[in-house]
Design a protein around this ligand. Structure first.
Ligand SMILES: NC(=O)c1ccc[n+]([C@@H]2O[C@H](COP(=O)([O-])OP(=O)(O)OC[C@H]3O[C@@H](n4cnc5c(N)ncnc54)[C@H](OP(=O)(O)O)[C@@H]3O)[C@@H](O)[C@H]2O)c1
Length: 340
């Protein structure tokens, strides 16, 4: 006996990846429902070698479904996730709506799987922001060995992090630059994204940081350790899929680069590719479609006592969203629901 699973947002970037990954990992399903807005009613989406017809979230009855993987944005989540949870269907949500709610666990299964048991308070589990997910996979094994004091991170985030409209804008704008008769003005992004980089993701906060940067701070504290100090600069770059991060870490205890490399090689979800030669590191274009968080350029920072630099790359639609949600579903199945 397997699970009855709803994928809400099945026509979107993250929802389509969820369907792919459920099939790839042979998640034990009895039935899968693809759900999106009324606009997509009847639209066909792929699930392994099957085709599913999209249903309308507004009229969907969650009774009798075990889990709902939500990737519909905060507004629609606010309206429909409580309905699903109330019907007894456990919601695993990708939006930021519930991430900071003390009654909702925020989980990266390689880092804080023990938090799963907190799901029952609201029948909802939150998935972190894409840039946080890959960061904490890299930080946790190092923190366990040498206690992290402070992290300085700069992100290079792909346009797919802004949904399918973000990808279309980069594609159309890139073409329009070679064909100036069809200028594509910025709409999803605040400035031209083609052949450019933009140091602004999500809204501005009172202190001058952006909400994306704030999310990385608060989520790292909730998932790994509230004592970790973190400062971030989040930048949108003209890459379709795959986020990169340059991470500087200050530890309480000494940790040399060779030991750090060995620890990361053994860490769950991590793949170390770190050769000090041309091409001996991973770039976003190479991580697409992969499950791993890739770590390269591991080196001592000699400007502080216990410092390390590294480069971290992952598929934001996978580890940053769909894969992490399905790992949570697997964890929930293994630890709590125990079917399949
Ligand atoms: N992309 C990432 O890297 C990433 C990472 C982490 C978290 N997330 C989060 O995941 C969520 C989805 O992101 P995405 O990138 O997949 O966006 P997307 O490509 O724009 O897709 C949005 C999906 O939500 C559906 N939807 C929107 N409003 C709806 C409504 N009122 N009722 C029912 N369905 C509705 C859309 O259906 P229609 O096609 O019918 O409009 C579509 O299936 C967001 O909360 C985002 O913040 C994304």
């Amino acid at each position: 006996m397997g699970y009855r699973v709803v994928v809400a947002g099945a026509t979107g970037n993250v929802g389509r990846e969820m369907l792919n990954i459920l099939a790839e990992r042979q998640f034990p399903v009895d039935e899968v429902a693809a759900v999106a807005s009324r606009r997509s009613l009847g639209t066909e989406v792929s699930f392994g070698d099957k085709t599913l017809k999209t249903q309308d979230l507004d009229t969907f009855d969650f009774t009798g479904w075990d889990m709902a993987l939500f990737a519909v944005g905060s507004e629609a989540t606010k309206k429909y996730a409580p309905k699903a949870a109330k019907a007894g269907c456990v919601v695993i949500d990708n939006s930021s709506l519930y991430r900071y709610d003390p009654e909702v666990p925020l989980i990266v299964p390689e880092v804080n799987p023990q938090a799963i048991h907190g799901y029952a308070k609201k029948n909802i589990i939150a998935n972190p922001n894409c840039s946080t997910a890959q960061l904490v996979v890299a930080l946790k094994p190092l923190h366990d060995r040498a206690r992290i004091k402070r992290v300085v991170v700069s992100t290079y985030q792909s346009v797919s992090g802004a949904g399918k409209e973000g990808m279309d804008e980069l594609w159309d704008q890139t073409k329009s630059i070679y064909n100036p008769t069809s200028e594509v003005a910025p709409k999803k992004f605040t400035k031209q994204i083609a052949f450019n980089v933009i140091p602004h993701i999500d809204v501005f906060m009172e202190d001058g940081s952006t909400k994306e940067e704030w999310k990385m701070v608060v989520e790292t504290k909730k998932i790994v350790d509230p004592k970790i100090k973190l400062t971030a600069t989040c930048v949108r770059v003209p890459v379709f899929v795959g986020h990169a991060e340059a991470i500087n870490i200050e530890f309480e205890d000494h940790l040399d680069e060779d030991e750090a490399r060995d620890i990361l090689r053994e860490a769950p979800g991590v793949m170390v590719i770190d050769k000090r030669e041309d091409g001996g590191y991973v770039t976003p274009a190479e991580c697409v479609g992969d499950f791993a968080t890739f770590i390269s350029r591991i080196r001592q920072d000699s400007t502080i006592d216990n410092g390390l630099n590294l480069w971290c790359v992952s598929d934001n639609l996978r580890k940053g969203a769909a894969l992490n949600a399905i790992q949570i579903a697997e964890l929930l199945g293994r630890e709590v629901l125990k079917k399949g």
